[in-house]
Ligand binder design. Structure first.
Ligand code: UD1
Ligand code: CA
Length: 466
C-alpha cells in the first residue's frame, strides 16, 4: 500500500481547453487579452499566490500548443483535453494527475478578476464544511448567461443543483445567485461519481455543473459560498464581456496607482497594463497608454496621446504630447516630444532633449545633449553636451548593412546635415549646416561638406526684362 501524505494535498485545476466559439475568433479564448495580459495568465497569477506551481494544472485543448507555449514561463503543469466535450469532460481528462491529491480547486480560465483571497476562502470553507463539492456563487444584478444555483436543505445552505440558463424554467431564470465556474471538490468524491455525468443537455456536453446534482443524489454534501465581491467572478464569453473586464481591470489599476500618489486625469481614457509601475507625484494626462513592463519614476509628466511600452523612465522626466516609446530608456530630467518616436534601444541621457518629430533607434544620447527638431538618429553613440541641429540624419543603412555614427562630447552638428555612417565626429568639432559628412571629423575642427554658394548679380532683373 502507498504511503499517504500527512497533510491534505490540494491541487488547482484551471479549465482552459475551450474554443471560445462566442468570441468568433481564430485565437483561443484564454489567450485573448485583458489588462494587457492573456486571460489565462491572470488566473494563473492568482492561483500561484495560493499554491506552488507544481500543483497547478491547466487543462488545455483547443490550440493547446500555442496556449502552453504562451504561459509555459509560469512553471505550471499541463493536461490535454482532446476533443473538448465540456467542463465535466475536462476534469475527466485530468483524473490521472489529480488522483494523488485530496482536494482540487477548479478555476475557469476565462474569468481573470478572481483573487487569491477568494480562492483561499473557497478552499477553507470547503475544508471546514467537509463537503464533497463547494460552489463559489455570486449574486448578480444581471445573471444572464450564467448557470443558476438551486439551494436546498433546512438552512438553505446547500446546493441541490446548478441549472444552465438554457435549461432553466422561467422561475429558475429569475434566480440571481449564479454559479461562478469556480469550485472545490474532494478528489475522491469527484472521481467516484464523475462517470455518472451524461451529455443529455442542449449542448450534448459533459457539464461539470451537473456534479452538484450527481453528488447530492449520492447523499454527499454540496456546499455553496457566495463571493464577497461579485464582480470578481465575471467571465468573458463575448467580446463585450472581454472589453467590460478590461475596463474594470484598468480602472482598478488607475485607482491603485492613485493611492500610491500618482495623478491620472480622466482615468477612463487611459490604458495602463497590470505590471506598469509609476512613481509618486507623476501626472498622467488623458488618453495616455502605458503598456507592458513600463516603469516611470517620480515627478514626471506624461502628456496626452503618448503611448509608452516596455520603457524605463527616470525621475522628473517630461514626455510631451503624442510620443511613441518602445523599449526605450529615458534618464532623469530629460524632455521628450512633442511627437518623438523612441524606438527599441533608445537610451536618452540625463537632462537631454529629444523634440518634435525626432526618431531614434539604438542610440545613446549623452547627458544634456539635444536633438530638438525633425531628426533621425539610428545606430549612434552621442556624447554629452552635443547639439544636433534640425533635420540632421544619420545615414546608418547602406542597403545591406547597418553602420555606426560616433559623435563625441561637445560636438555641434549644423541643421540639415547628413552623417554617412560609419563616421566619427571627434570631441568639440563642428559640422556646417547642410553638410554631407562622409569622412571622420577631427577634434575641434570645422567640417563643411556642401556646394559653395554662387551669387549672380543682376540675374533676376535681366530675366524679368527680356
Ligand atoms: C460555465 C458554467 C456556468 C457558469 C459559468 C461561469 C458549465 C457547463 N457551465 O459556463 O454554470 O455560470 O461557467 O463563468 O460549466 N472548457 C474546457 N473544456 C471544455 C469546455 C470548456 O476546458 O470542454 C473551459 C473553457 O475554456 C473555459 C471554462 O472551461 O475557460 C468554462 O467554459 P465556458 O464554455 O466558458 O462555460 P460557460 O458557458 O461560461
Ligand atoms: Ca465562460
Amino acid at each position: 500500500m502507498e504511503m499517504k501524505a500527512q497533510s491534505k494535498k490540494t491541487a488547482i485545476a484551471i479549465m482552459a481547453a475551450g474554443k471560445g466559439t462566442r468570441l468568433k475568433s481564430k485565437h483561443p479564448k484564454v489567450l485573448h487579452e485583458v489588462g494587457g495580459k492573456p486571460l489565462l495568465q491572470h488566473v494563473i497569477a492568482a492561483a500561484k499566490q495560493v499554491g506552488p506551481a507544481e500543483d497547478i494544472f491547466a487543462i488545455i485543448g483547443h490550440e493547446a500548443d500555442l496556449v502552453q507555449k504562451t504561459v509555459a514561463h509560469t512553471g505550471i503543469r499541463f493536461v490535454r483535453q482532446e476533443p473538448q466535450r465540456g467542463t465535466g469532460h475536462a476534469l475527466m481528462c485530468a483524473r490521472a494527475v489529480l488522483e494523488d491529491y485530496d482536494n482540487v480547486i477548479v478555476l475557469s480560465g476565462d474569468a481573470p478578476l478572481i483573487t487569491a483571497e477568494t480562492i483561499e476562502r473557497l478552499r477553507d470553507f470547503h475544508a471546514q464544511k467537509k463537503a464533497a463539492m463547494t460552489i463559489l456563487s455570486a449574486a448578480l444584478e444581471d445573471p444572464t448567461g450564467y448557470g443558476r444555483v438551486i439551494r436546498t436543505g433546512a438552512k438553505k445552505d446547500e446546493a441541490a443543483a446548478i441549472i444552465e440558463e438554457k435549461s432553466c424554467t422561467p422561475a429558475q431564470r429569475k434566480l440571481r445567485e449564479i454559479n461562478s465556474g469556480f469550485y472545490a471538490f474532494s478528489v475522491k468524491a469527484l472521481f467516484d461519481h464523475i462517470d455518472e455525468l451524461t451529455t443529455d443537455n442542449p449542448h450534448g456536453e459533459y457539464y461539470l455543473t451537473d456534479m452538484a446534482d450527481v453528488l447530492r443524489r449520492a447523499k454527499r454534501r454540496v456546499a455553496v459560498i457566495p463571493a464577497l465581491n461579485a464582480s470578481e467572478i465575471l467571465g468573458s464569453n463575448t467580446r463585450w464581456e472581454l472589453v467590460e473586464l478590461d475596463h474594470k481591470m484598468r480602472l482598478e489599476k488607475c485607482r491603485k496607482l492613485m493611492t500610491e500618489g500618482v495623478t491620472i486625469f480622466n482615468p477612463e481614457s487611459c490604458v495602463i497594463d497590470a505590471d506598469v509601475e509609476v512613481g509618486a507625484d507623476t501626472v498622467i494626462e488623458p488618453f495616455v497608454q502605458l503598456r507592458g513592463r513600463t516603469k516611470i519614476g517620480l515627478e514626471c509628466k506624461v502628456r496626452s496621446y503618448s503611448v509608452i511600452q516596455h520603457s524605463r523612465i527616470g525621475d522628473g522626466v517630461i514626455i510631451r504630447q503624442g510620443c511613441v516609446l518602445d523599449d526605450a530608456i529615458v534618464a532623469n530630467n530629460a524632455t521628450v516630444g512633442p511627437y518623438s518616436h523612441l524606438r527599441p534601444g533608445s537610451d536618452i541621457g540625463e537632462a537631454a532633449h529629444v523634440g518634435n518629430f525626432v526618431e531614434t533607434k539604438k542610440v545613446r544620447l549623452g547627458k544634456g545633449s539635444k536633438a530638438n527638431h525633425l531628426t533621425y538618429l539610428g545606430d549612434a553613440e552621442i556624447g554629452t553636451g552635443v547639439n544636433i541641429g534640425a533635420g540632421t540624419i544619420t545615414c546608418n543603412y547602406d542597403g545591406v548593412n547597418k553602420h555606426k555614427t560616433l559623435i563625441e562630447d561637445g560636438v555641434f552638428v549644423g541643421s540639415d546635415s547628413t552623417l554617412v555612417a560609419p563616421v566619427k565626429l571627434s570631441k568639440g568639432s563642428y559640422v556646417g549646416a547642410a553638410s554631407c559628412i562622409t569622412e571622420d571629423v577631427p577634434e575641434d575642427s570645422l567640417a563643411i561638406g556642401r556646394g559653395k554658394q554662387v551669387i549672380k548679380e543682376g540675374w533676376v532683373k535681366k530675366k524679368r526684362e527680356c
